[in-house]
Design a protein around this ligand. Structure first.
Ligand SMILES: [Zn+2]
Length: 129
């Protein structure tokens, strides 16, 4: 059974400097997925999708650091103190944010597996036509 997730669900990095609230996109925790692009396979996080406007930072937004690579479209955010990935702006849909499911209070990704893998090796934005 999936843990209960509510709108504006509390979330934080590991050290607690960065705290935020997340409202998930329709489907909630069922949007959980992994990705095998060169970056995500190293990061190893399971990601869920936030609803539009569904991210609200309560503290530590100034502690976040940004990593970009390749086309620079995606924005990967991390806590600069504990190094935990919190969220990212999607390359496939820059209006959409992915969130580290393990940052959500009360959610253990172990119990969400198995989740689908996105084909990051053949990213939709790299396909021609
Ligand atoms: Zn932190």
């Amino acid at each position: 059974m999936l843990p209960e997730i509510r709108d504006a669900h509390p979330a934080r990095c590991h050290c607690g400097a960065v705290t935020f609230e997340v409202t998930l996109a329709p489907g909630g925790l069922a949007t959980a997925a992994r990705c095998d692009c060169s970056f995500c396979r190293r990061r190893g996080a399971m990601v869920v999708t936030a609803a539009p406007g569904g991210l609200r930072f309560l503290s530590g937004q100034d502690r976040l650091t940004l990593y970009q690579f390749g086309t620079g479209t995606a924005e990967h955010h991390f806590c600069s103190i504990c190094g935990i990935y919190t969220h990212h702006r999607r390359r496939s849909d820059p209006g959409q944010f992915g969130v580290n499911v393990a940052c959500l209070e009360g959610v253990n990704p172990r119990f969400l597996d198995p989740v689908p893998w996105n084909d990051g090796v053949n990213h939709p934005s790299d396909r021609k036509g």
